[in-house]
Design a protein around this ligand. Structure first.
Ligand code: NJP
Length: 245
């Protein structure tokens, strides 16, 4: 649907300094929407703002650590002060540390739960009043790992199963009041895997991500979902790399 016939949406994306979040910010603003892009890396946010110059819509940036409620509150205050409402939230910030369970590093397990689960909950809790007022849309970023459990990433899979359960809970309790989408991508070529501290696994997995989907392809799926109002709701969408030659 072209922007001529589509309302300009006000959209907040977390974890927008790189990868899928950044691609969503540029794609959604390119389609004419207004985006607040947040993350911790202020230099990367400044680059994003620069790249977004001249798009049909707009990209504003604000630092935000999703594990910090005060930081989330500042973003919601920014939205309330500048926008007439919030139509879409994409709690995209997420991290993965791959390792077999027997090598468990408890600080890495905690970090994944803090960002992928608590961070999503912090974002949703703070935005729900605005989203209910606009009968808006939550686009959670799940994963194939929301539906399957893979070796070497068991706790990451657990966090993404939680994200899917959170989506389904919102969808069930706010039927008729919110649209809820869970995007479940397979491997996407972003810096995601580079965080893994197990050198051997990081080196082994990197090639799978190199030939993964582009973050822009995932962003196109997000655009399709958020522009579907009045026609249908994409409740869950799984997208996998096309491995055909
Ligand atoms: O990863 P990456 P992706 N507070 O590393 C931010 C899921 N996913 O784009 O804060 C706020 O490029 C970080 O920014 P910064 C995955 O689980 C991926 O691939 O500046 N933000 C950066 O912008 C995740 O939910 C694949 O460091 C925080 C962003 O998160 C989503 O896709 C497959 C933060 C991460 O960008 C985006 O990941 C799949 C915090 N505390 C699902 N900590 C895949 N790539 O293959 C980190 O199924 N961030």
């Amino acid at each position: 649907m072209g922007i001529e016939s589509m309302k300009q949406l006000n959209i907040w994306i977390t974890g927008a300094s790189s990868g899928i979040g950044k691609a969503c910010a540029l794609t959604l603003a390119g389609a004419g929407h207004h985006v607040l892009a947040s993350a911790r890396s202020q230099d990367a946010l400044a680059e994003l703002a620069e790249e977004a110059q001249g798009l049909n819509g707009s990209v504003s940036t604000l630092p935000c650590d999703v594990t910090d409620v005060a930081s989330i509150t500042r973003c919601v205050e920014w939205i309330s002060d500048r926008w007439t409402g919030l139509d879409v939230v994409i709690p995209n910030a997420g991290i993965g540390y791959f390792d077999p369970l027997e090598n468990a590093k408890i600080e890495e397990w905690h970090a994944m739960v803090d960002v992928n689960v608590t961070g999503v909950l912090n974002t949703l809790h703070a935005t729900l009043p605005l989203l209910l007022a606009s009968k808006g849309h939550v686009v959670n970023i799940g994963s194939l790992a929301a539906r399957q459990v893979f070796p070497n990433s068991g706790i990451y899979c657990a966090t993404k199963h939680a994200v899917l359960a959170i989506s389904e809970s919102l969808r069930t309790e706010f039927k008729g009041q919110l649209a809820v989408t869970t995007l479940n991508p397979g491997a996407v070529n972003t810096p995601f895997i580079d965080r893994t501290t197990n050198d051997e696994l990081r080196a082994n997995y990197r090639p799978q991500f190199d030939v993964g989907m582009t973050p822009e392809y995932v962003a196109e799926a997000a655009l399709f979902a958020v522009e579907s109002r009045g026609r249908g709701i994409v409740s869950e969408l799984t997208i996998r790399p096309d491995t055909r030659d």
